[in-house]
Ligand binder design. Structure first.
Ligand SMILES: Nc1nc2c(c(=O)[nH]1)N[C@H]1C(S)=C(S)[C@@H](COP(=O)(O)OP(=O)(O)OC[C@H]3O[C@@H](n4cnc5c(=O)[nH]c(N)nc54)[C@H](O)[C@@H]3O)O[C@H]1N2
Ligand SMILES: Nc1nc2c(c(=O)[nH]1)N[C@H]1C(S)=C(S)[C@@H](COP(=O)(O)OP(=O)(O)OC[C@H]3O[C@@H](n4cnc5c(=O)[nH]c(N)nc54)[C@H](O)[C@@H]3O)O[C@H]1N2
Ligand code: SF4
Ligand SMILES: [Mo]
Length: 710
């Protein structure tokens, strides 16, 4: 007999700014429907194309359901089933021997944002690995450069509320493909557009979002700094500044003015490729329209000068006084004001004194020994992450993973490109099978995810995985025995006024809570300055940049304040040329003349869903977008199989010959699996070089050549 359907409140687990509130329907113990929560002011009852059949994802027959041990050569994908006891025993034995011979720092945890929950996400294993004494992994794939730039300029503020964009009259979306990557904000932008707001998109190619804009401006990738400095130059030179705001709430105006002076529109046009007249018009329109908002995406940081460009962009609203307007200011990554006790989550106090930190953007060099570190890495544990798809220089990572003397543990939903190299594979639960509390980097809501169904097979949540490991290693700190619900209770700062006195009961009843940060319709957090910087002002000139120097912001090097700074940074924003552009690196461009950008796909979530036939069918095979001029000179026709390559590697895709990309640029979206492609995927060509700040990646700062496949 069929039972009545019941519902539970869910939250999307993905690394997506929208963090949707969901409703799980369960019938007869089975997840039968997942839909958007209609009560949630951002979700508004709708999920995106990736998640609208999320229930089916849970029942994918390819799911990893049991612990496995490798039963073939590394990378072969051949495994045999073992028990949890065998798996934990083997991990305990192998790690124990490595610790004895090489020290615990020879163990490297590699986790990222496969799940971004407070309990199951980026930080879930930190306390355990800190207690073990493993190398601390610095993970700066996403947002690190923008966050360093944000903290230096305006401090740890949430900035503008995405919901406030309903009040905006002028919206600049800068390096963000909102239609695909921030859909629930895009709805608000469209609403403002219908009410008369002008929507400007700044993107090197005609993205889905650019196609829906009122005005698309296409800078060459990695040249945003020149454009932003020119906007500052025009605003100052033409007297469009809010002098009272500048005098009361900013530091370093005179120095910024001097820095910007050479960036006339004509000069900047020569660098970024946008006509001078358009630069002037953008500056004038932005500065003279009240309620003018900026939405920079993550993509801007992905070049040598990305973070410096962002500091210039973050300076704009303080020059024009747009922070005074509801629907003015900047919507960046509003994660700073979530009241979470990150020190309890990560337990930095457990890190043995002097333990090294390694940045895993360099994973290939670390694993192959090229990085020359001592002790080398002998054990790797990957969870919430798929570096072979998503990290840089991935051919090198594969070579490192193939090392016979490397003991690799991977916790996963599927046998991904990375999981194929595991010595031990551990099966992980999906969202409807465990509890979690989501914070957000795209809005001001905490969202509860309730376990709705029993985990299939022998899958366990990440929190349970680390409970089991801690027990096997004999760790007795109370945290290692806490349930998911106990962890949430302990992690959240319930006394914070931002939580308005609520308890867990509120979440159980409603599913979400909006932080007490003011009404989005009238909210102007920096109308009177109040920037949480050392000076309390918006810092065009940052003393911290000069004295403390470069740093990696809390989310990316565990959630605690960075203690020491790095190399000195420029105290002012500015333009820093890209590493790999024909103008800045002519020698390399001789062999590899085209720039490549590799943004997010519409149909996958990073590498997730890219193994599901119906999702691939909708997204299409790996496409290489190329301008007709570049295609013609290479005898490439529409649909031809092409090879994209540089000295770091090569991958294949189908040519899409289109005016959507300008000459000199190709676009290949992220996510495709090596195992399902002809060979490799886009990150085989990506450099592991750091961007200018926060050890950000440089995914938009690479040169390649494209030719017909053999
Ligand atoms: N070329 C290029 N490269 C990029 C980017 C780009 O734009 N271009 N973007 C970068 C950015 S911004 C990011 S955030 C990174 C993303 O990099 P990743 O965080 O590695 O991305 P995902 O593919 O979302 O997730 C990785 C894996 O986590 C697994 N997973 C999901 N949930 C769980 C769970 O609960 N438990 C366990 N154990 N595993 C789970 C999934 O099955 C998936 O295989 O990629 C970066 N790489
Ligand atoms: N559908 C979907 N949604 C996602 C994800 C996904 O994989 N798929 N991933 C999630 C994650 S982890 C993240 S970080 C966000 C990222 O979301 P976004 O910030 O939107 O990042 P991207 O889609 O990588 O790039 C956005 C646009 O920036 C452009 N761009 C690239 N380089 C430059 C540059 O140098 N300057 C300028 N001005 N523009 C540039 C690209 O052409 C692209 O159209 O999306 C999240 N949402
Ligand atoms: S991926 Fe983003 S838009 Fe899609 S359901 Fe999840 S949070 Fe919402
Ligand atoms: Mo990301």
């Amino acid at each position: 007999m069929l039972q009545e359907a019941t519902t539970k409140l869910g939250a999307c687990p993905h690394d997506c700014p929208d963090t949707c509130s969901m409703i799980y329907t369960v019938t007869d113990g089975r997840l039968t429907e997942v839909r958007g929560n209609p009560d949630h002011p951002m979700t508004r009852g709708a999920l995106c194309a990736k998640l609208n059949d999320f229930d089916k994802h849970h029942y994918n027959p390819d799911r990893l359901l049991y612990p496995m041990r490798r039963a073939g050569p590394k990378g072969s994908g051949l495994f045999e089933r073992i028990s949890w006891t065998e798996a934990l025993d083997e991990i305990h034995r192998r790690w124990g021997a490595i610790i004895e011979t090489h020290g615990a720092e020879a163990i490297l945890p590699y986790n990222y944002l496969g799940n971004e929950g407070t309990v199951q996400g980026l930080t879930v294993g930190d306390a355990f690995f800190n207690r073990l004494g493993a190398t601390v992994a610095e993970k700066t794939f996403c947002g690190s450069g923008s966050c360093t730039a944000w903290l230096l300029t305006v401090g740890p503020t949430n900035g503008t509320d995405p919901l406030s964009f309903a009040q905006s009259n002028y919206i600049v979306i800068w390096g963000c493909n909102s239609v695909s990557t921030n859909l629930h904000h895009w709805h608000i932008v469209k609403e403002a557009q219908r009410n008369g707001a002008k929507v400007v998109v700044i993107d090197p190619y005609r993205s889905r979002t650019a196609k829906e804009a009122d005005w698309h401006l296409a800078p060459k990738p990695g040249t945003d700094g020149a454009l932003a400095m020119a906007l500052i130059q025009v605003i100052i030179a033409e007297g469009l500044t809010d002098d009272d705001y500048i005098a009361r709430h900013t530091v370093g105006f005179e120095q910024l003015k001097e820095r910007a002076a050479p960036f006339t529109p004509d000069y900047a046009a020569g660098i970024c490729g946008i006509p001078a007249e358009d630069i002037r018009r953008l500056a004038r329109e932005y500065a003279t329209t009240r309620n003018a908002a900026l939405r920079p995406g993550i993509a801007v940081e992905r070049s040598a000068g990305g973070a410096q460009a962002l500091r210039a962009i973050f300076s704009l609203p303080a020059l024009t006084g747009s922070w005074k307007d509801p629907g003015g200011g900047v919507y960046q990554m509003p994660l700073w004001e979530f009241p979470v006790h990150w020190d309890r989550v990560c337990r930095p106090d457990l890190i043995p004194e002097g333990t090294r930190a390694l940045n895993v953007l360099k994973l290939g060099a670390i694993l192959t020994g090229e990085a020359g570190i001592e002790p080398g890495i002998h054990a790797l544990m990957v969870y919430n992450a798929n570096p072979v798809s998503n990290a840089t220089e991935t051919a090198k990572i594969k070579r490192g993973l193939a090392r016979e003397d490397l003991f690799t543990v991977v916790s996963e939903h599927f046998v991904t490109d990375t999981a194929r190299y595991a010595d031990i594979l551990l099966p992980a639960t999906m969202a409807a099978e465990h509890d979690d509390m989501m914070f957000s980097w795209g809005h001001f809501f905490f969202t509860l995810n309730q376990k709705a169904i029993e985990p299939p097979g022998e899958t366990v949540s990440n929190a349970e995985l680390f409970r089991r490991l801690a027990k096997r290693f004999g760790f007795t700190e109370p945290q290692f025995a806490m349930s998911e619900t106990e962890l949430m209770e302990w992690y959240l700062d319930w006394d914070s006024p931002k939580l308005g006195g609520i308890t867990m009961d509120h979440f159980r009843e409603h599913g979400w809570y909006r932080l007490n940060l003011g009404n989005p319709e009238s909210r102007t957090p920096h109308a009177e300055g109040n920037f949480p910087t050392p000076s309390g002002k918006c810092e065009f000139y940052s003393e911290t940049a000069a004295t403390t120097g470069n740093f990696v912001a809390p989310p990316f090097r565990q959630m605690y304040e960075q203690k020491q700074g790095g190399e000195a940074l420029d105290p002012l924003p500015g333009y820093v040329p890209a590493n790999e552009r024909p103008e800045t690196n002519p020698a390399q461009a001789e062999r590899y003349p085209l720039n490549i950008v590799s943004p997010k796909s519409h149909g996958f979530l990073n590498s997730q869903y890219a193994n599901e036939a119906h999702k691939i069918a909708r997204q299409g095979a790996q496409a290489i977008l190329i301008n007709p001029q570049d295609a013609q000179s290479r005898e490439i026709t529409e649909g031809a199989l092409v090879r994209v390559f540089n000295a770091r590697g090569a991958f294949h895709g189908q040519a899409k010959v289109t005016e959507d990309v300008p000459p000199g640029l190709v676009v290949a979206s992220l996510g495709y699996w090596h195992a399902l492609n002809r060979d490799g995927a886009v990150n085989v060509i990506s450099a592991s070089t750091y961007g200018g700040m926060g050890h950000s990646p440089t995914f938009s700062d690479n040169l390649v050549e494209v030719g017909l496949a053999q």
